[in-house]
Write a new protein. Structure first.
Length: 424
C-alpha cells in the first residue's frame, strides 16, 4: 500500500485533475490512499468568506460563496462531469449548507474557521473521486473527518494516534476488501470527540499523508509537488540549485527546522518512527526519481544546503542596570515572546546582552520596544537576511557573504548561520 498526497497546485484546475489521473494510471497495480488538498486558491477564498461572515456582511458573503461555487463548477464542466447527477447531488448540499451557515450567528472564530475551511478538501475529493470513477478507476471516497481523531484544539488539533489508527485501519481495509484500488480522502482535517470538524494546522495535508501511512504501515509516501524534489536551495534566491536525491529523516527535520519549506517536521516524525520512506516527486514529470527521505545518514553531507529567510529583524537587549544576562532575564524575555507568539529564528547571548532574530512581518516592533525599554537598552536592525548552510565549507560561506556585512554568526560542526546586511 502506498500513500499519495496531491496539494492545491496539483489540482488547481480541470487540466491538473486530468494530470492526477494520468499519474495514478502509472500505479494501477498498487493499492493507493490518495490524500488531496483544496483546489487552487480555494482555502484563500474560504478564508475570505469566513472574514466576511465574521464581520456580518451577508451580501458580500453570498457573493463570495457564489464565486467559489462557480470556480468548482468550471472544473466539473472541464472534466466532462457537468451532466453527472450523482456528483451534483453531492456538491450542491455543501454549498447550501455553507449559505445557511453564513446566515446564522458567528460564534467562536477558531471553531467557525474549522467548520468552514474544511469544505475545500471535501469539495476537491468529491470532484476527483467522481472523475476517477468516470475514468474507470476503482476508487471510493473516504471521509477523513470521521477517521482522524483529535482533541478540540481548533485550527491545530492534536492527534489521538491509537483511536485514529483503529478507525483508519477498519475503514481502509474495508475499502480494499471490497475490490477498490484507490481510497480518495482529504488532507488537513479530522474530528473531535463530539464529531465537530478540526483542522491539523500548518502543512496539515502533508501531515495527513503521514498519519495514514503510520496507521496503515504503508510501504511509502509520495508528496507530489511542482518541483523536481528537494533542492539544496530556493531557486528564488540561489542560482544553480542541486537536487538532493537521498537524505535522512534527521537531515530533513534539521532543514525544515531552519526554514526549508518543502516538508514540515511533524510530517516526518511519524514516518521516521516506522522507517517509512517519503518521496518528493514532480507532478509535472512524474517518471523522474525525485527525492527520497529515509533512514540512512550516508548521503546527508554530499551536497551543502542553503536556507534563506528574508526580511529579518535583529534585536539586542542589554540590561540598563549593568547586570549580567542570567536566568531571570531570560525567563522574562522568553515569557514575553511566548505570550506574543513570536518565533525566534536565531538567538545568541553574551555576558551583558541577549540578541535574537525574528521575522519582521510577524512582530509588533514598537510594542516590543515599549515593553522592554524601561529595563533594557533596546537596539535593532531590520531588512536583514538569515542564511543557514548545512554541511558548509569556507567557499560556501564566501559565496553567500559577498557584498554583505555579517551582523551575527554561529557555527557548529555541520551548520553555519549568518545574519547579513547589504553593504551600502
Amino acid at each position: 500500500m502506498k500513500i499519495f498526497k496531491f496539494g492545491g497546485a496539483s489540482v488547481k484546475d480541470y487540466k491538473a485533475v486530468i494530470n492526477v489521473g494520468e499519474i495514478l494510471r502509472l500505479h494501477q497495480d498498487e493499492e493507493l490512499v490518495v490524500v488531496v488538498s483544496a483546489m487552487g486558491k480555494t482555502t484563500n477564498a474560504l478564508e475570505a468568506i469566513i472574514a466576511s461572515f465574521s464581520k456580518g456582511n451577508p451580501s458580500e458573503t453570498e457573493k463570495l460563496i457564489l464565486e467559489l461555487k462557480d470556480f468548482h463548477h468550471t472544473i466539473i464542466q472541464g472534466l466532462g462531469l457537468n451532466q453527472t447527477s450523482d456528483l451534483l447531488n453531492e456538491i450542491t448540499p455543501i454549498f447550501d449548507w455553507l449559505k445557511d451557515k453564513c446566515k446564522g450567528e458567528f460564534g467562536d472564530y477558531d471553531f467557525e474557521y474549522d467548520q468552514i475551511i474544511s469544505l475545500g478538501e471535501v469539495l476537491s475529493t468529491k470532484i476527483i473521486n467522481n472523475y476517477l470513477q468516470n475514468e474507470n478507476f476503482k476508487s471510493t471516497w473516504v471521509d477523513a473527518r470521521k477517521l482522524i481523531r483529535t482533541n478540540n484544539r481548533w485550527r491545530e488539533g492534536r492527534v489521538d494516534w491509537e483511536l485514529s489508527e483503529n478507525l483508519i485501519q477498519a475503514e481502509i481495509n474495508s475499502v480494499f476488501e471490497n475490490g477498490n484500488r484507490i481510497a480518495v480522502t482529504q488532507g488537513f482535517i479530522g474530528h473531535e470527540e463530539e464529531g465537530y470538524t478540526t483542522t491539523l494546522g500548518r502543512e496539515g495535508s502533508d501531515f495527513t499523508a503521514a498519519i495514514f501511512a503510520y496507521c496503515l504501515n504503508a510501504n511509502d509516501v509520495t508528496i507530489w509537488k511542482d518541483v523536481p524534489g528537494m533542492l539544496n536551495a530556493d531557486p528564488k534566491y540561489f542560482d544553480n540549485t542541486v537536487l538532493l536525491e537521498k537524505i535522512s529523516f534527521k537531515e530533513a527535520i534539521e532543514l525544515a527546522y531552519f526554514g526549508a519549506s518543502v516538508i514540515h517536521p511533524k510530517t516526518i516524525q511519524p514516518l521516521k518512527r516506522k522507517k517509512i520512506p517519503l518521496y518528493i516527486k514532480s507532478f509535472i514529470n512524474p517518471r523522474e526519481e525525485g527525492t527520497v527521505i529515509q533512514e540512512s545518514l550516508a548521503f546527508d553531507d554530499n551536497i551543502p544546503s542553503f536556507i534563506f529567510k528574508m526580511n529579518q529583524t535583529l534585536i539586542s537587549l542589554t540590561p540598563r542596570d549593568f547586570s549580567f544576562i542570567v536566568e531571570e532575564n531570560l525567563e522574562r524575555i522568553f515569557g514575553y515572546l511566548n505570550t506574543q507568539k513570536i518565533r525566534v529564528n536565531l538567538m545568541q547571548n553574551s555576558a551583558v546582552s541577549f540578541s535574537f532574530v525574528v521575522d519582521h512581518s510577524k512582530i509588533n516592533l514598537e510594542k516590543l520596544v515599549d515593553f522592554f525599554q524601561e529595563d533594557y537598552l533596546v537596539k535593532y536592525n531590520s531588512s536583514l537576511e538569515l542564511v543557514t548552510i548545512r554541511h558548509y565549507d569556507e567557499p560556501t560561506i564566501d559565496r553567500v557573504t559577498i557584498g554583505k556585512d555579517v551582523m551575527l554568526e554561529q557555527k557548529s560542526r555541520h551548520t553555519a548561520r549568518m545574519v547579513l546586511k547589504d553593504l551600502d
